[in-house]
Design a protein around this ligand. Structure first.
Ligand code: SF4
Length: 358
């Protein structure tokens, strides 16, 4: 698994998994920006000598996508903050769980300034239930940096985006492509699987996967191409039991389900996660959820083990709680309880450039 160091406990790229919701065709929202964008560094040598056969792959992909495309709420926008929120939510959380939370989160935090001013506790409280709560913290820290260093507007250059907290190579490219329509390849777990299976028929290393993904993008069609690739990976070239007979690339596929799966061990194609039940992750989630529900009163220290789900193992609960405090996800209150970080308010300095809440 890959990608944006610091964002996730397990550090993987988003899996835009299958679920269909209603929405408008997103190309209608296309817009251009007058500011040129630098291309992220990639190796000079091409991965494929005869290339990517993108011309041969384009027509069947467009034809398939014309009827199969998923209508997803984040495809209706080109606002970079809204795109970043979606991509952070989709990192390690399935589409079906993100859809109902996406709009409500954006209603609460419509721009970086609102998240910066609200503080980490408020953003965390709005995030609870999506899992991997560290993402909420990183998103809030990014919001503060965007306000302080970029006038409250996310930069369009991937190299600048990558310097934001929790925004690694994947998220920087995703924002560049899905907000600013850059002609770059976005390699999440679905696309990584597709590249390995259909295009080269072998596992890919990080750099060659990225070069290959970039090579495949038809000029001027970065947004639509990447969305179509995400859909093909999520809906047809599925991790288990790919639907080869329904695949627009079957005739050109380097694998087509015969022999060992080339996606195994390929870049961005995640290994199966350890079971959630009984894991530290489960206890972490319970503690953060309970802290959000408790509000400023927090969780009494004596209740930690029970709340974490390990009533007979207070040592484990204390260890996990200490980790959450160290990461800034929870904080001890003066009363000795465990609560979400204190939100912005009187006496707390606001990020430079941010206005006070109205
Ligand atoms: S033919 Fe099968 S393995 Fe090849 S890209 Fe299509 S679904 Fe994936």
């Amino acid at each position: 698994m890959v990608t944006d160091p610091g964002l996730l406990e397990s550090g993987s790229a988003p899996a835009h998994a299958a679920v269909v919701v209603r929405g408008a065709p997103a190309e209608q929202l296309a817009r251009t920006s007058p500011v040129p964008m630098s291309r992220p560094p990639t190796p000079a040598a091409p991965v494929l000598a005869a290339p990517t056969r993108s011309e041969a792959r384009s027509a069947p992909l467009w034809s398939w996508w014309a009827t199969a495309r998923r209508a997803l709420p984040w495809r209706e926008t080109r606002d970079p903050w809204e795109v970043l929120v979606a991509e952070m939510m989709l990192t390690q959380t399935q589409v079906a769980r993100v859809v109902p939370r996406y709009r409500s989160f954006l209603e609460r935090f419509p721009d970086p300034a609102s998240a910066a001013v609200a503080g980490p506790g408020a953003v965390l409280a709005a995030w609870v239930g999506l899992g991997y709560n560290r993402r909420a913290l990183q998103l809030q820290r990014t919001a503060v940096r965007v306000v302080e260093e970029h006038g409250g507007v996310l930069p369009r250059d991937p190299s600048q985006l990558e310097r934001l907290p929790g925004v690694g190579a994947y998220l920087a490219r995703a924002v560049a492509v899905f907000a600013f329509e850059a002609d770059l390849g976005v390699v999440d777990t679905n696309v990584g699987r597709l590249l390995a299976r259909a295009v080269v028929g072998r596992p890919l290393r990080r750099r060659e996967a990225q070069v290959l993904a970039d090579q495949l993008v038809p000029r001027g069609k970065g947004w639509a191409w990447n969305q179509a690739m995400l859909d093909l990976g999520a809906l047809v070239c599925r991790r288990r039991s790919p639907h080869c007979n329904a695949c627009p690339w079957q005739a050109d596929c380097r694998w087509a389900g015969s022999g060992p799966d080339p996606a195994a061990g390929s870049f961005a194609v995640g290994a199966r996660q350890a079971p959630f039940a009984g894991s530290d992750r489960q206890g972490r989630g319970r503690l953060v959820r309970a802290a959000a529900a408790a509000g400023p009163a927090g969780i009494a220290a004596a209740d930690l083990a029970r709340v974490a789900g390990w009533p007979d193992d207070p040592t484990r609960a204390e260890r996990v709680a200490a980790g959450l405090v160290e990461e800034g996800l929870l904080a001890w209150t003066p009363a000795g309880t465990l609560a979400l970080p204190v939100p912005a308010g009187p006496g707390r300095e606001l990020p430079r450039g941010a206005s006070a809440p109205r």
